[in-house]
Design a protein around this ligand. Structure first.
Ligand SMILES: *[C@@H]1O[C@H](CO)[C@@H](O)[C@H](O)[C@H]1NC(C)=O
Ligand SMILES: *[C@@H]1O[C@H](CO)[C@@H](O)[C@H](O)[C@H]1NC(C)=O
Ligand SMILES: *[C@@H]1O[C@H](CO)[C@@H](O)[C@H](O)[C@H]1NC(C)=O
Ligand SMILES: *[C@@H]1O[C@H](CO)[C@@H](O)[C@H](O)[C@H]1NC(C)=O
Ligand SMILES: [Zn+2]
Length: 293
């Protein structure tokens, strides 16, 4: 329809409603007159929709069965919830947050906010979470999933082990977990935050491994704040720490302290720590190095 035809039709409807059914002939004549004098009283529907074709949910491959799909979409929702709250915490408190300065030092806040927002809001087209063990790596002991690297840079394989070992975010601070002493992949949500940053679409090849353990991440915040802002483990630790303190156990959290060899809390004789039984997460990086944590 041409714009003028649209306007005629709309104006006709409007007039009919206003004047009733009294004189159809007169109405028709009036319509012609009115239409010519209207500039654009009715907002025209926009032809261009900038967001058309956007992919707003992380795509889960058809190789995932109903159970895998349900658990994976739940885990991805938790990854988004962690990232969204990390962003909100920074927007609320800026660098005056003790959590912020602990993990990101003197780094400006905007880039960190941006990395979390990538997980929350970036378009997801081309990304795939698949369950078919496409590279034949799931049978290897301890493999719960991997980034496909050269075989599919925007793709992640999630192995069956993930569904039996990764905890729900509602359990944050439970099961004997603490941020400093626990594994970053103990919760499905935080594990998937890491996996998402491996995808160029989300991490842009910039968010990478620059420091691994809790202690190393705190040290990086002091030594090289700019790199801390791009360190995938730092982004995971901060998100878990502030979600724990602000939401899971309000005002208390579960930062804890790093587990060390010989630490009476973690040596034999006490209840085995749930945090140390989380399955190993291994994946190969772009440079070919294999990484397990
Ligand atoms: C915190 O941010 C302000 C700007 O908002 C800046 O002037 C200040 O140096 C920052 N402090 C630290 C410790 O990074
Ligand atoms: C890519 O796929 C091939 C064939 O399935 C496999 O042999 C190879 O190990 C895969 N490469 C990586 C990096 O996983
Ligand atoms: C799959 O496992 C093989 C053997 O350990 C390794 O060479 C390959 O890089 C792995 N593939 C991925 C995508 O991690
Ligand atoms: C679906 O996948 C899960 C986890 O990999 C597996 O335990 C389960 O047996 C599968 N269900 C069916 C019906 O094959
Ligand atoms: Zn990694």
């Amino acid at each position: 329809m041409l714009p003028s035809q649209v306007r005629l039709f709309v104006a006709c409807l409007g007039l009919k409603a206003a004047l009733g059914e009294a004189s159809r002939l007169r109405i028709r004549q009036d319509v012609v007159t009115v239409t010519q004098t209207i500039v654009s009283p009715v907002p025209q529907p926009s032809v261009y929709d900038w967001a058309a074709g956007a992919t707003t949910a992380y795509p889960i491959h058809s190789s995932c069965n109903a159970t895998e799909r349900a658990l994976l979409s739940r885990g991805l929702g938790e990854a988004v919830a962690l990232a969204a709250h990390a962003k909100d915490h920074i927007l609320r408190f800026g660098n005056s947050s003790e959590f912020y300065s602990k993990y990101f030092g003197a780094s400006p806040t905007a880039e960190v906010v941006g990395w979390y927002d990538k997980i929350v809001s970036a378009d997801r087209s081309g990304i795939w979470f698949r369950c078919d063990d496409a590279d034949g790596n799931c049978s290897q002991d301890g493999w719960a999933g991997h980034w496909r690297g050269e075989n599919g840079t925007q793709e992640t394989v999630i192995c069956p082990l993930s569904y039996t070992t990764r905890q729900p975010l509602e359990g944050l601070c439970g099961y004997g977990y603490s941020v400093a002493g626990g594994a970053l992949n103990f919760y499905f949500g935080s594990d998937l935050v890491h996996r998402l940053y491996h995808l160029p679409k989300i991490g842009e090849g910039i968010v990478e491994h620059y420091a691994d353990t809790y202690g190393e991440c705190l040290e990086l915040a002091l030594r090289d704040p700019a790199l801390a802002a791009r360190n995938s483990h730092t982004l995971q630790y901060f998100a878990l720490d502030v979600y724990a303190f602000d939401i899971a156990v309000p005002g208390e959290g579960c930062t804890g302290r790093p587990s060390e060899p010989g630490d009476p809390d973690t040596t034999a004789g006490t209840t085995p720590s749930a945090t140390t039984t989380a399955a190993t997460e291994c994946h190969t990086h772009a440079d070919g190095t294999e990484h397990c944590s």
